[in-house]
Design a protein around this ligand. Structure first.
Ligand SMILES: Cc1ncc(COP(=O)(O)O)c(C=O)c1O
Length: 383
């Protein structure tokens, strides 16, 4: 059997990793500013995380959600404290798409309505409703096509308010990324998120904050929506939650009541996943990683703004994007193969930085210097 070929691959095989470094099968070291797509939150192979998982593996790794799992309760308590939402409720699942799928379904159950407002440029995952709410026709199979999802322009409060005036009573939920990730690091303005909150309050709709990529401290606050001073009704989270161990969740406001069997999962919230997620939260707290992400992120953004070839430097914390010019289209490949630095991309020419929240100042400076050098080298070669 061969692999189903859905991913364009870089010709690199990573064999081991530590902190913000990874090594390939030739022994070549790379600086990781991509974090395996924003997943590595506390750093590759963090000892607290490894030991927690190892200890748990020896005790019990899995049993079904039909029994008490105290680790889930511990995780809910800890997440409530670290995220500043102690009165919210936690539902655990396995991936970002599954988290959004459940959030949309829960909003529909809660309101008994069908319409979902999503935004241009949004990415919410590959499964049924999540992909229908994703603004990319290539990902939407005929069976996923639905009139229940409406796409409005991102960061346009007037368009949102106009739509709510027209259809407010049929809207179950608004789903929005605080910072669009796949869309190219597009920050939702404070005013836009506040208008979503206002519209949802006025019309009884559910505000779903897709925090799968921009959450878990990456923005320099636990949820990027916190920058706007708003509370969502449901936060979805995944990537950074397990530092690479698959786990996802919904943090659900107290006014949304649970009903038995409305949501469910076999693997979600298993013992090993909870152990990994608890280790992540402990390290985020003990190493003050959210404050670190804010400070180092500001420094990186300021430094990027000093590089004249780059434009539209944007983001919060360690979720940063910038555009590079047409005359150096191979910048990311140069960074990867000549400087051995992993970065993320968005179309047409956007570099996305999604490093571990524990990225050091030294590594940030190395990246900045290698970036300046790469731009000079590529420009000289094309002159
Ligand atoms: C904002 C956002 N939501 C949802 C998802 C889907 O997450 P997963 O790939 O874990 O299903 C992603 C993945 O990139 C994402 O960036």
């Amino acid at each position: 059997m061969k692999l189903f070929d859905v991913y364009p691959l870089q010709p690199i095989t990573i064999e081991r990793a530590s902190g913000s470094r990874v090594w390939d099968d030739q022994g070549q070291e790379y600086l990781d500013l991509y974090g395996g797509h924003a997943v590595i939150s506390i750093g590759h192979g963090h000892p607290v995380w490894i030991n927690r998982i190892k200890d748990q593996l020896i005790k019990i790794s899995f049993y079904s959600n039909s029994i008490h799992i105290p680790l889930q309760v511990q995780l809910a308590e800890k997440l409530g404290i670290v995220s500043g939402k102690t009165d919210y409720q936690l539902f655990l699942c396995n991936s970002g798409a599954e988290a959004n799928e459940n959030a949309l379904k829960l909003a529909s159950f809660h309101t008994n309505r069908k319409k979902i407002v999503a935004f241009k440029g949004a990415f919410h995952g590959r499964t049924s409703l999540a992909v229908s709410a994703t603004d990319n026709k290539n990902y939407i199979a005929p069976v996923n096509e639905t009139e229940n999802i409406v796409f409005l322009p991102f960061n346009d409060s007037t368009a949102l308010e106009t739509y709510f005036q027209k259809a407010g009573n049929s809207i179950a939920a608004v789903i929005v990324e605080g910072i669009q990730g796949v869309g190219g690091i597009r920050v939702a303005s404070n005013e836009f998120l506040q208008s979503i909150r206002r519209c949802c309050d006025q019309h009884g709709a559910v505000y779903i904050a897709d925090s799968v990529q921009c959450g878990y401290g990456r923005s320099g606050k636990f949820y990027s929506h916190d920058h706007a001073g708003v509370n969502a009704d449901i936060y979805t989270m995944a990537k950074g939650m397990g530092n690479g161990f698959p786990i996802a969740g919904l943090s659900i406001a107290p006014h949304i009541q649970p009903k038995h069997f409305q949501l469910g999962t076999t693997f979600g919230g298993n013992h090993l996943a909870c152990a990994a997620a608890l280790a992540v939260l402990e390290v985020i707290e003990s190493e003050s990683l959210i404050q670190h992400a804010a400070t180092l992120g500001n420094y990186i953004q300021e430094s990027l703004r000093q590089i004249p070839e780059l434009s539209d430097v944007r983001g919060y914390g360690l979720m940063i994007g910038f555009d590079y010019p047409e005359n150096i289209p191979t910048l990311r490949q140069h960074l990867l193969f000549k400087k051995h630095i992993f970065t993320g991309e968005a179309k047409p020419r956007v570099v996305r930085l999604l490093p571990s929240l524990a990225l050091s100042q030294v590594d940030a400076d190395r990246f900045l210097q290698d970036l300046r050098d790469s731009i000079q080298e590529l420009q000289s070669a094309s002159a």
